[in-house]
Ligand binder design. Structure first.
Ligand code: URA
Ligand code: CA
Length: 434
């Protein structure tokens, strides 16, 4: 097989076979096919797309390019949740203990990564003593015992995706639905998921800004999952404004605790119930979505979800008493209020820009080397649709620096107050299960 012929085939809009895709991914991973040929191929894919069969083949070729996590020693159906990323998205912290309380095994491999706030591991490290440096054996034992454990990224998972993603980044070929969908799905499958619930965000703070693009990506991922034998569904949810009230690591842990008690923000609670119901259903822990939701609400009310969080924290060295006394979480030195400059209605809160303001404060990493300040961030006191009077606090700012002019200006620039009444955005647009 010659790479040049395969580039030509895709350039002309023809379908690559399973063997051909396997040849490309193997050759690219081991360095026998150079970057320049793969660049030409990804550009051809950008313009010509990929068939459903090609997408499934590409996903599995990337899964097979490296190590795969074997979770077969864990009893039950391992359902993983994946979010395409947003601002102040605390759902993972809530959903893990929540569905684990119903017996759904949560075997989560998590990372730090870049972004507005830290990754799930950074957030959990706001809890004194908590660590994810556990062995694979311990990880599996903990999931069997407690139904939930989190381990740091281990092993050489999907090296082909790492190389391809870096190449796409510098060749203007990131924005290709088949390439994005197979990239995300390959990582979930390599991490051992039997079934996958996807939270595809849409709006200013999301990777996909429009509902049409979000739907296309969601459908592409759901089809790949189902075509390769992993039951997969997707929810398309709003990320025009940040989710919940908290943006920042320790603040989001506190928000997760509130939500596990059934006392969280309405939007975060609803999204967790919607995603959680599908996880419970896919894990065969309920017969219908309605039954799954009722069970989730029950464990929020009777304290079982919170107890599951405490057991999880303690098993990985964390201090479980933070759950009852969140003042034990890292606290910021300075607290400021962002006062509204006029009366009216909040009509816009641009999620990604507010996320960037949180990063300026130190809540997230701009580069891999940046240090995160776990204590800092925002609590939103108003959301889109709320009425505001001049002088009301729009946002409470938790900072370890007194120099916050830039942060304040960024917030003012991205929170719009209008005279006309504004509607709260739709939270859940669609559920895609086909
Ligand atoms: N996120 C991924 O993991 N892969 C992509 O290609 C795009 C976003
Ligand atoms: Ca939040």
């Amino acid at each position: 097989m010659r790479m040049v012929d395969l580039i030509e085939k895709k350039r002309d809009g023809l379908e690559l076979s399973t063997e051909e895709i396997g040849f490309i991914i193997k050759g690219y991973t081991d360095g026998t096919i150079p970057d320049y040929q793969v660049s030409a191929l990804t550009m051809a894919i950008y313009f010509k797309g990929m068939t459903e069969k090609e997408r499934a083949d590409l996903t599995m070729a990337m899964v097979e390019s490296g190590e795969q996590i074997d979770l077969s020693a864990i009893e039950g159906i391992k359902v993983d949740k994946h979010s395409t990323g947003g601002v102040g998205d605390t759902t993972t912290l809530v959903l893990g203990p929540l569905v684990a309380a119903l017996g759904v095994p949560v075997a989560k491999m998590s990372g730090r990564g870049l972004g507005h706030t830290g990754g799930t591991i950074d957030k959990l490290e706001a809890i004194e003593g908590f660590h994810v440096e556990i062995s694979k054996e311990e990880f599996i034992d903990l999931v069997n015992k407690n139904k939930i454990a989190v381990i740091g990224q281990t092993g050489n998972l999907t090296p082909a995706d790492k190389k391809l993603y870096a190449l796409r980044d510098v060749t203007a070929t990131v924005d290709s639905i088949p390439l994005i969908a197979s990239s995300i799905m390959s990582k979930k499958i390599a991490a051992g998921a039997d079934a996958i619930v996807l939270d595809v965000k849409t709006g200013a703070g999301a990777f996909m800004k429009t509902i049409d693009d979000s739907r296309e990506l969601a459908k592409a991922m759901v089809r790949i999952g189902n075509n390769v034998g992993r039951k997969t569904m997707a929810i398309i949810s709003d990320m025009s404004q940040p989710l919940g009230f908290a943006i920042g690591n320790a603040l989001e842990v506190k928000e997760a605790i509130d939500t596990l008690k059934g006392e969280g923000p309405e939007d975060l609670t609803e999204l967790c119930l919607a995603l959680g119901s599908h996880m419970v259903l896919l894990a065969n822990k309920a017969a219908t979505l309605e039954e799954a939701r009722a069970k989730l609400q029950e464990v929020m009310k009777n304290g079982a979800a919170l107890e599951s969080f405490k057991v999880f924290l303690e098993s990985q060295g964390g201090d479980p008493t933070v759950v009852d006394d969140p003042t034990k979480l890292p606290q910021a030195k300075f607290i400021y209020e962002l006062a509204a400059k006029e009366d009216g209605y909040v009509s816009d809160m641009v999620a990604d820009e507010i996320g960037t303001a949180a990063m300026l404060l130190g809540a997230g990493r701009a580069t891999k080397e940046s240090e995160i300040d776990l204590a800092v961030g925002f609590m939103l006191n108003k959301k889109i649709g709320d009425t505001v009077q001049k002088g009301d606090s729009l946002v409470t700012i938790y900072s370890n620096s007194e120099n916050i002019e830039e942060v304040k200006n960024k917030l003012y620039d991205n929170i719009t107050i209008s005279a006309e009444k504004a509607a709260a955005p739709t939270l859940i647009y669609e559920e895609i299960t086909e």
